[in-house]
Each structure stands twice: as structure tokens, then as C-alpha cells.
Design a binder for this molecule. Structure first.
Ligand code: ATP
Length: 288
């Protein structure tokens, strides 16, 4: 028996770090949305009880370090499942890019195995298990658009954002999320207005959404990687309505409404950056 599951990337429309907690984690306030750029996972039932993982990408480990493997293992151990699975990942989301590719693969495994192994868990239960694997996994279990608090695991759903194009560009560098957080100086950042962003989304206000894009991690990454800053500047020059770095970067995205502007941005960036994508936001949450 086999199952195909899609694992979409996410972008941060806003990312705020409120403070560092006593347990060492940062208290976050993020508004995230899934976009139509997805890994595809095939989950096949094995004859034995082993978990195996394979992906064609040289940037992703084919062993127990893979977040997709970890998701299957946590589910299997937690519920005492005597079954195995062969996970094959078609990796389309750039790796270590600020797009939560690994977290989304893990969430897709949780949702897929819930069906393949016949577990009957709710999305809420899967999201709780997902929080153990990584901070963004809970959000990825639900997909759609949401406000995420705590470490990222306290999720409040939001309506679909105003319709527009998202043009993503990833410069050819990988950014370590841990390093970005280490270099973050909270007394020295401009905090985004998450409340205003929630209101813009709720009122389907495209320009309100554009005005309130914000990411406290952006200045840290921009200082260390000038190429990220120059892509941001080029996006503005090519006619973007608004531009922001996603997560800890280095992927930067631009918002535009019209097809002609999207084409101009896409073609302009493709001139020198080979990972460029023009996608829509996926408004809909996963149902199961
Ligand atoms: P986030 O936005 O959640 O910080 P990211 O997009 O920056 O995540 P990922 O693409 O998830 O980063 O990859 C981060 C690290 O996780 C990489 O070093 C990669 O080798 C490892 N990893 C483990 N499993 C996966 C997977 N299934 N897909 C991608 N990366 C994975």
C-alpha cells in the first residue's frame, strides 16, 4: 500500500521575537502561510517494521537525522505501532532556506502515516506530537495561514491572505537558524506589528498586508550576507509592492498583484539567481 502526500513550504509574513525564555527558547509571535511550492512524499508500507528514508537531494540526510524519519519514529514509538514505512522524498523546497522544508516533510509524514497506519488521530493530536520534532512542525500539520506563538507550537488559524503572487528567490548560501538567533540583539531591533498584520489579513487588505510585513531576524542575516540585501533591493527595483526575508533566511520574497509585474520580477531575478519561484499562497488548511 502506498500514499502520496504534499509538503508545502511556508513563508513568514511576520516574525517577532518577544524575549528569551528561562528554558532557553525564544518566545515568538509569527504569522505564517503555506505557499504552492511543495516537496512530494511517497509513503509505502514495508513488510517489516523498519523506517527508511530516501531523497534525491544531496543536502538532505538519508538516515535518522532526516526530520521525516524522526516524525515516523516518534509516531511509531509513541503509539507502539508494529508497522514500518519506506519514505521517498522528492525535494523541491530549497534546503536551509527559511521555508521550513524539513518541518513540512515531518508534518506530511505525520498526516500520511495517520492514514497509512490507520491511527485515527486528529490534526490537533498530530500537531502536539509534531511540536516535539521541531518548532514549525505544528503549523505545517495544519497548513493554511496562522498566528503561531510560544516556540511556534501555539497555533491560531487565520483566514486566507489577500490574493497575490509571491516571488521567492533563494541566493546560493545556506543560513544556520541557530547562528542567526545567537546574533540577535533584541534591544536593537524594530518589532513588526503582528496585530496590524492579523487585521490586514482578516480585512482582506492587500496594501495593509504589504505595509506590515516584518521580520526581526532580517537585520541579522542582512548584516552577515550582503547578497540577501542586494536581492531585496533588486526586487524593489523590479517593481515589488513589498519585500521580506522568510524565517532566518536567506530566501527573500516579494509580493505583487499583477501577472505582468510578477513576470518582470521573475525574469529579472532569473538573470542571476537560479532558485526563483513564482507561487500563490495556499489559503486552505489541511482537513486531515
Ligand atoms: P526553518 O524555516 O524551519 O528554520 P529551514 O527551511 O531553514 O527551516 P530546512 O530546509 O528544514 O531549513 O533544513 C534545515 C536542516 O535540516 C538542514 O541542514 C537539513 O540537512 C536538515 N534536514 C533534515 N531533514 C530534512 C528534510 N526532510 N528536508 C530538509 N532538510 C532536512
Amino acid at each position: 500500500m502506498k500514499l502520496l502526500v504534499k509538503a508545502p513550504a511556508k513563508i513568514n509574513l511576520s516574525l517577532d521575537v518577544l524575549h528569551k525564555r528561562d528554558d532557553g527558547y525564544h518566545e515568538l509571535e509569527m504569522i505564517m502561510t503555506t505557499v504552492d511550492l511543495a516537496d512530494r512524499l511517497e509513503l509505502a508500507l514495508r513488510n517489516d517494521d523498519r523506517i527508511t528514508v530516501y531523497s534525491q537531494s544531496r543536502f538532505v540526510p538519508d538516515d535518522e537525522r532526516n526530520l521525516a524519519y524522526k516524525a515516523a519514529k516518534v509516531l511509531k514509538d509513541r503509539l507502539g505501532i508494529p508497522k514500518g514505512v519506506e519514505i521517498t522524498i522528492e525535494k523541491n523546497i530549497p534546503v536551509a532556506a527559511g521555508l521550513a522544508g524539513g518541518s513540512s516533510d515531518a508534518a506530511a509524514v505525520l498526516r500520511g502515516l495517520n492514514k497509512l497506519w490507520g491511527l485515527g488521530l486528529t490534526l490537533d493530536q498530530l500537531a502536539t506530537i509534531g511540536a516535539e520534532i521541531g518548532s514549525d512542525v505544528s503549523f505545517c500539520v495544519y497548513g493554511g495561514t496562522a498566528l503561531a506563538k510560544g516556540r511556534g507550537e501555539i497555533i491560531t488559524p487565520l483566514p486566507a491572505p489577500p490574493n497575490c503572487w509571491v516571488v521567492l528567490a533563494k541566493p546560493p548560501i545556506g543560513v544556520s537558524t541557530a547562528e542567526v538567533y545567537e546574533n540577535l540583539q533584541l534591544h536593537n531591533v524594530v518589532h513588526p506589528n503582528s496585530k496590524a498584520m492579523v487585521e490586514a489579513i482578516e480585512q482582506n487588505d492587500y496594501f495593509g498586508m504589504c505595509q506590515n510585513l516584518g521580520n526581526v531576524l532580517e537585520s541579522v542575516t542582512l548584516n552577515h550576507y550582503p547578497e540577501v540585501k542586494s536581492i531585496k533591493n533588486d526586487m524593489k527595483r523590479f517593481g515589488a509592492d513589498a519585500v521580506l526575508m522568510s524565517g532566518s533566511g536567506p530566501t527573500v520574497f516579494a509580493l505583487v498583484q499583477h501577472d505582468s509585474r510578477m513576470q518582470r520580477l521573475y525574469n529579472g531575478l532569473r538573470g542571476y539567481c537560479n532558485q526563483v519561484y513564482a507561487v500563490r499562497m495556499l489559503g486552505k488548511r489541511n482537513e486531515q
